[in-house]
Design a protein around this ligand. Sequence first.
Ligand code: FMN
Length: 158
Amino acid sequence: MKTLIIYATKHGFAEKCSKLLKDKLSGEVITVNIKKDTMPNISSFDKIIIGGSIYMGKIRKEINKFCTENLDALKSKKLGLFICGMQKDNIETEIATSFPNDLLTHASVKESFGGEFILKNMNPLERFIIKMVAKTKSDVSSISEESIDKLARIMDAL
Ligand SMILES: Cc1cc2nc3c(=O)[nH]c(=O)nc-3n(C[C@H](O)[C@H](O)[C@H](O)COP(=O)(O)O)c2cc1C
């Protein structure tokens, strides 16, 4: 069984999660940074996992575009979806607005892997927003290994 993990990241957290996820999955697993890597032909994969980080309520636009453009092909795959974000209150809504409805219904698992704020990696505007909105003055990391484990377990069992 071949699995493809497609992710989009701005500051590296979704990449970190994708690599952790890769190590937990069995069989051949390939990770693709949608912005940097060449996309392989998705028809040669049995399982596809797609995820990315959320900024101002929206998933990275490359993920949105990829999902919309490859809807039919993705609906024929065993599918898992994930988001990365610091919001804990409305995870369901963030997941629901991050992917096309058809994929949300088709996916076998949808998880949030948590997120992190690393202030030195942010641009000045991001730092300002985070200080004002999240009232954070220092780095915070909140990775949900439990959710990564769960997604890996469900995808492995398919
Ligand atoms: C300017 C800004 C806006 C953000 N907006 C959201 C948001 O709307 N919802 C959320 O859950 N997390 C939000 N986050 C948190 C990011 O999703 C989190 O930092 C994540 O770990 C980033 O992942 P990345 O490094 O892969 O891009 C925001 C972070 C920044 C800096």
